[in-house]
Structure formats: C-alpha cells, structure tokens
Design a protein around this ligand. Structure first.
Ligand code: NAP
Length: 248
C-alpha cells in the first residue's frame, strides 16, 4: 500500500512540467488526484490517462488559479469527486525575465496574479476542507536565495510565496495542517524550454555552479513533494526545501 493511500490531492498546473510529475508521483503512492490545467486540457487528460493506466485515480479540471471562482471550482472538484481533501500542491506558475529597465506592468500583474494571488485564492478555497494531518506544498524557487539578475519580478513573486508559506504554517499549525515550500533549481520542463533557458548560457553557467553537475528533471521535484505531503514529514512545517542539486 502506498504512503498516500486514501488521501485526496489537488495539484494546480498539472497539465505539464513539474505539476504533471507531481500528480503522477502522488497517485503512484495511492492518492486520488485532481489534475488542474489552465489552457492545456489535452495535457491534463494525458496525465489522467497515465495515472489510471497505472492503476491510480485522477480527474482533470480546468481553472485559472488567479480567479476566485475558478480556484473554488478546482477545490470543489476534489470534494465532489472524492469526498475530501488532504493535500494541496500550489504548483501553477509563470515566469518571464527582463532587466529592470524593461519589465512591464503587464508582466508584473500576470506573474503576481498567478504566482501569488493564485496561491492565496486556492489555499483560501481549500482550507475549510482540510483537517488534522493535511499538507499544503507551495512550489517556490531557488531564485529567492540565488536572486539572479533579470528576475526581479519573478523572484519577487517567489519571495512572496516563501513568506506566505511561513505565515500559513503558523496560522494553520494549531489545526495540525502543515505548510511547506519546495524551492527548485532549473528544471527541464515545457515552460523552461519555451523561454529558452534550456540550451542557453544561463543553463551551462548554472550547471557549472551545481555540485551535482546537471539541471533537474520534474521527477527530482516530485519525489520531494511526495515526502512533504506524506506523514514522513509530519514534524516539518514552515520549511523551504531547496531542491537544486546543491546550487545555492
Ligand atoms: P510549465 O511547464 O510552464 O507549466 C506550468 C503549468 O502551470 C501548466 O500546467 C499551466 O497550465 C499552469 N498554469 C499557468 N497559468 C495558470 C493559471 N492561471 N491557472 C492554473 N494553472 C496555470 O512550468 P514548470 O516549469 O513546470 O513550473 C511549475 C512551477 O515550478 C512554477 O510555479 C514555477 O515557477 C516553478 N519553478 C520552475 C522551475 C523550472 O526551472 N522549470 C524552477 C523553479 C520553480 P496550462 O498549460 O494548462 O496553461
């Protein structure tokens, strides 16, 4: 029996990349998983098919985490389909890099709306369904400590996620709900390919500074999220686990 047998999980932004790997890994440990997508229904349905083909349980649901009614709908899908909610992984996120002279208000609003407001709204919708032993995992980034040039807006959003994680760990601790962050280094995902990180000088410089000598793959993050979601991490809350092959 998997370590998450009987648990119900929501993973936001699970149609591809890190979120898809997290959804599959949670399901492989026995959780029933709600696979959220914003625009890629086909991607989310493929994740659901992979989970069910492996003997797991999953459904997909569309929804923009930066809209309160959509966030509510994502959480309601878990409760209506599986009758409860135990694990929330706030993974949805977008990244656009620009020097301070060039960033736009539109980039700021999009990234803060999805990366920060999305975490707050989805968590707000979820908390009334979470009980003792529940776990919230926020996907932050190593950028909050590495602070690479050209990432002021994106790193700002993830700094907010780190702070929110600490606040909610204190706020929800009395209800025995744990809240932790995972802070990945560069991970090879559809999104990282789309902005040209993979194959760039930035990637090779990062690898040269990474003790384990490579960039990450989505399953490098998924296994750490399974740990944080499970009772193996029952004494951890308010933590920021840097999953970056040692990059600091
Ligand atoms: P990705 O490949 O671009 O996938 C992003 C996911 O987020 C997709 O499933 C996308 O859904 C979803 N999404 C985007 N906007 C959304 C919205 N408004 N509402 C709901 N879902 C939305 O990204 P990734 O590289 O896997 O990144 C996942 C998370 O890890 C992000 O929070 C990112 O900041 C963080 N992270 C990534 C890296 C990295 O190097 N890749 C490093 C550190 C942290 P659709 O495709 O359906 O639109």
């Amino acid at each position: 029996m998997g370590k998450l047998a009987g648990k119900v999980a929501v993973v936001t932004g699970a149609s591809k990349g890190i979120g898809a790997a997290i959804a599959k890994a949670l399901a492989a440990e026995g959780a029933s998983v709600v696979v959220n997508y914003a625009s890629s229904k086909a991607g989310a349905d493929a994740v659901v098919s992979a989970i069910t083909a492996a003997g797991g349980k999953a459904v997909s649901v569309g929804g923009d985490v930066s809209k309160a009614s959509d966030a509510q709908g994502i959480i309601s899908t878990a409760v209506e389909t599986y009758g409860r909610l135990d694990i929330l992984v706030n993974n949805s996120g977008v990244y656009e890099f620009a020097p301070i002279e060039e960033f736009t208000e539109a980039q700021y609003r999009k990234q803060f709306d999805i990366n920060v407001l999305g975490v707050l709204l989805t968590t707000q919708a979820a908390v009334k369904h979470l009980g003792e032993g529940a776990s919230i995992v926020n996907v932050s980034s190593v950028v909050t400590t590495v602070t690479p040039p050209g990432t002021a807006v994106y790193s700002g959003t993830k700094g907010a996620v780190d702070a929110i994680t600490g606040v909610l760990a204190r706020e929800l601790g009395p209800r025995k709900i744990r809240v932790n962050a995972i802070n990945p280094g560069i991970i090879e995902t559809e999104g990282a390919h789309a902005i040209g990180v993979i194959g760039s000088d930035f990637e090779s410089q990062t690898v040269s500074q990474t003790p384990l000598g490579r960039i990450g793959q989505p399953d490098d993050i998924a296994s750490a999220v399974v740990f944080l979601a499970s009772d193996d991490a029952k004494w951890l809350t308010g933590e920021h686990i840097v999953a970056s092959g040692g990059l600091r």
